[in-house]
Design a protein around this ligand. Structure first.
Ligand code: 5GP
Length: 203
């Protein structure tokens, strides 16, 4: 136990192109760090095979999502390849104020909003070893048709340009390697002097 005083949890943002293997890396990370709360987003996208409501996402209608926007219930939301995706402010605020670290898997527009609203958030971008590998992975998962895949590849090209606005870059060449780099980032972040004020007092 190295932390003297439980305080506000760390908000961690993980972005990266669709198909980079973020979900697998996140699963590996959470198996090593079960204390991190993974924020389940709301989306208007249809569930893919194997996805369940309340596990991967809260799947809602466009109307329900737009009502949530009107009620100002999102920390951030964005439109991505014809669907809405958003993070519930209430759900994550409850966790952060209880001292729990919260992980968001969100795309670049949402990450930019979080950066604005939560300056202490740690922003990590994850990329595949190459663009060709990304295309191969998107085709290999057999869940989307060619038009959707091309849309996602185009989106990835645009997202790539946003990498410099993130704090860290992780290359997913191997899941265990990417997950341990993220853990190293989180360990280093937790050692920042601003989070260790308790240790500096009384000398
Ligand atoms: P997918 O449809 O492949 O599950 O996700 C598409 C993109 O939406 C991914 O880049 C994912 O990170 C992003 N995403 C998922 N949830 C949210 C969210 O709550 N807000 C934002 N801005 N993006 C999200």
């Amino acid at each position: 136990m190295t932390q003297k005083n439980p305080q506000r949890g760390q908000l961690i943002v993980l972005s990266g192109p669709s198909g980079v293997g973020k979900s697998t890396v996140i699963a590996e990370l959470l198996s090593e760090r079960p204390d991190i709360y993974f924020s389940i987003s709301f989306t208007t996208r249809k569930p893919r095979v194997g996805e369940a409501d309340g596990v991967n996402y809260y799947f809602v209608s466009k109307e329900a999502f737009e009502e949530m926007i009107a009620r100002d219930e999102f920390l951030e939301y964005a439109q991505y390849v014809d669907n809405y995706y958003g993070t519930s402010l209430r759900l994550i605020e409850e966790k952060l104020s209880a001292g729990t670290d919260v992980l968001l898997d969100i795309e670049v527009q949402g990450a930019a909003k979080v950066r604005e609203k939560c300056p202490d958030a740690v922003l990590i971008f994850i990329i595949p070893p190459s663009f060709e590998e990304l295309s191969r992975r998107l085709h290999g998962r057999h869940t989307d048709d060619e038009e959707v895949i091309q849309g996602r590849l185009q989106k990835a090209r645009e997202e790539w340009k946003e990498i410099p606005s993130y704090h860290y870059l992780v290359v997913n060449d191997k899941v265990s390697h990417a997950a341990s780099e993220i853990m190293a980032i989180l360990t280093a972040e937790g050692c920042r002097t601003k989070y260790r004020k308790e240790w500096m007092e009384g000398v």
